[in-house]
Write a protein that binds this ligand. Structure first.
Ligand code: UDP
Ligand code: MG
Length: 315
């Protein structure tokens, strides 16, 4: 079996030596032949310098440098587009994805699976974050069409045809968790114990997580827009009922002037709902705007041999 390992790297200079060490210890036992494709996602530290040295000293390690920081999704895509193995693994550079698991994961592929994903326990994470993510997955699985699993990240092993399937999805807004689920194929799950980051800092801030959550909701279907229609219908029906009741009341007893509270509640409540759904519509519109430009997902500024990688890689 020929294995490609795709690793996005953003400001990971401190961890790369250890990554190289671990991978060159583990991978020979996993596949007869392997290549590691490290993708520098426009790092501002010495990551690229480290990658050049690494590729120089060990030809099994190749690299690809993007012209700026395009984000992890784009970096993974860049690596996938250059991978040549029959089996492709995706993992993080910070050793939070234990390479030891790759043996077990790839061996599951021979049982007929096309994707094997690793699911981490959330041990050692702040309780609040654990609770929020649990709630989030419960809600999102009601909203999206694909099944998303809590604790499952991008650490996974794919067969060539699953990679081809992924590369055939050309959308610019990539919510990869959903894309992995969307392509289908038989998927196996391997559990592992949560590993804390070895070196450097996680790039996830609360704001990024929030945006990621919204992406998940609006990336997969137009159900939030449907919700606007249903809610609009409900509010309209209720207000007709209320208006009818007010009319009867006014005809019988005359107009009573008080009603400030009702008025304020109506105006504020409806104003809020309108803004909310205006935002939802805007979110979809923004996506159409980005998709319609048809820009490449990433640009390549440098790569290690043996193949010349074009600046804009057609997927
Ligand atoms: N990463 C990337 N581009 C980015 C942010 C992150 O390629 O803009 C890489 C990073 O180098 C790491 C992986 O994506 O290999 C996961 O990032 P991180 O460890 O910050 O996320 P976490 O593990 O906290 O989810
Ligand atoms: Mg990490």
């Amino acid at each position: 079996m020929r294995l490609s390992v795709v690793i996005p790297c953003f400001n990971e200079e401190r961890g790369l030596a250890q990554l190289h060490e671990e991978l060159s210890r583990v991978l020979p036992g996993v596949a007869e032949e392997f290549e590691v494709i490290l993708v520098d996602d426009g790092s501002s530290d010495g990551t690229l310098r480290e990658l050049r040295a690494l590729a120089e000293s060990d030809p099994r390690f190749t690299y690809l440098a993007l012209s700026r920081n395009f984000g992890k999704e784009a970096a993974m895509l860049a690596g996938l587009s250059q991978s040549r193995g029959e089996v492709v693994a995706i993992m993080d550079a910070d050793l939070q994805h234990p390479p030891e698991l790759l043996g077990q994961m790839t061996s599951l592929l021979s049982n007929g699976y096309d994707q094997v994903v690793a699911r981490r326990t959330r041990h050692g994470e702040p309780v609040l974050r654990k609770m929020i993510s649990k709630l989030y997955y419960r809600v999102i699985n009601k909203v999206v069409d694909v099944e998303l699993e809590d604790g499952v990240g991008d650490f996974r092993v794919l067969t060539r045809r699953a990679v081809q399937a992924l590369l055939s999805l050309g959308e610019y807004n990539r919510f990869s968790k959903g894309l992995f689920a969307w392509i289908g194929f038989d998927t196996a799950i391997v559990d592992y114990e949560n590993v804390l980051r070895q070196a450097g800092d996680s790039t996830w801030t609360f704001r990024k997580l929030l945006n990621y959550g919204i992406d998940g909701v609006v990336s997969f279907n137009n159900r939030p827009l449907r919700l606007a229609i249903y809610l609009g219908g409900l509010v309209t029906a209720l207000s007709f009922g209320y208006a009818a009741w007010l009319l009867v009341y006014a005809l019988r007893d005359g107009v009573a002037v008080p009603g400030y509270l009702t008025l304020m509640c109506g105006v504020l409540g409806l104003g809020g709902l309108q803004l909310l759904f205006l935002g939802v519509i805007g979110e979809y519109l923004g996506r159409i705007y980005y998709e319609s430009k048809q820009r490449p997902h990433f640009l390549v500024k440098e790569s290690s041999g043996p193949r010349e990688v074009p600046v804009a890689v057609p997927l």
